[in-house]
Design a protein around this ligand. Structure first.
Ligand SMILES: Cc1ncc(CN)c(N)n1
Length: 225
């Protein structure tokens, strides 16, 4: 008999919320990179705002790591999350280099409302009372939106401008995909054991991440409103 692979909660949620998920992972901003029509001023806007976001993302990821060290029932969770945290150091350096290349003064970036909302949401997830299963779901969702999005820009028939290939490879490459799959396995395992209340909280958190990611892409594409 062929063993039937039990699909995890994440697959079920992605199917259930496919419209919102696709909205975040195939946003017009990303599609404009993929088809080569992107307006470089949008890319520069995204660059400056995302630098601010990533700086906020560091303490959030550290807070997930702390919860993993206290609550994870598999010690390898800590190693996966630590590798993600460690790579953010390189990511910040990359943003600084890229900003210099594109003439984006990072010290003068005015934090856009959508970015402020997202950073505030990250702060709310750092509260100690928030369960590990909920915050690791958020970490998975945040990383996966970038992974899926940028991987579209590396597909064979994409016309991604050469100047943007490095950015696309940072998140769209197989290595980052492997990291996201490891996070997905952690989330599925945590959710299998979660209470009904925790499951609802994790699903709501997943949906909020998708909404905030869409708003972030909208801001990058449309500019400050
Ligand atoms: C808004 C946003 N979302 C996700 C990522 C990937 N760490 C990011 N850099 N920025």
């Amino acid at each position: 008999m062929v063993p039937v692979k039990k699909s995890g909660m994440i697959d079920r949620w992605v199917k259930k919320h496919l419209v919102l998920y696709t909205g975040a992972t195939s946003h017009p901003f990303i599609l404009s990179i993929r088809d080569g029509t992107i307006d470089f001023s949008s890319f520069k806007r995204w660059l400056g705002q995302d630098y601010i976001f990533v700086r906020e993302f560091v303490p959030f990821t550290a807070s997930v790591l702390l919860k993993a060290s206290k609550n994870a029932d598999d010690s390898s969770d800590m190693e996966v999350i630590l590798s993600g945290l460690a790579s953010l150091s390189d990511e910040i350096s990359w943003f600084k280099q890229e900003a210099a290349k594109w003439d984006v003064p990072l010290s003068d970036v005015i934090v856009h409302k959508s970015n402020q909302n997202y950073c505030r949401f990250l702060e709310s997830l750092m509260l100690p009372e928030l369960e590990y299963s909920v915050v690791v779901t958020a970490l998975w969702a945040i990383e996966t939106v970038y992974q899926e999005s940028f991987s579209h820009c590396l597909e064979d028939d994409s016309k991604t401008p050469p100047e943007l290939l490095e950015a696309c490879k940072r998140w769209g490459s197989e290595g980052f995909g492997e990291f996201c799959r490891s996070l997905q396995n952690i989330v599925n395992r945590c959710l299998e054991k979660a209470s009904e209340e925790e499951l609802i909280k994790a699903e709501v958190t997943f949906l909020r991440v998708l909404e905030l990611e869409i708003e972030f892409w909208n801001m990058s594409q449309e500019g400050a409103k």
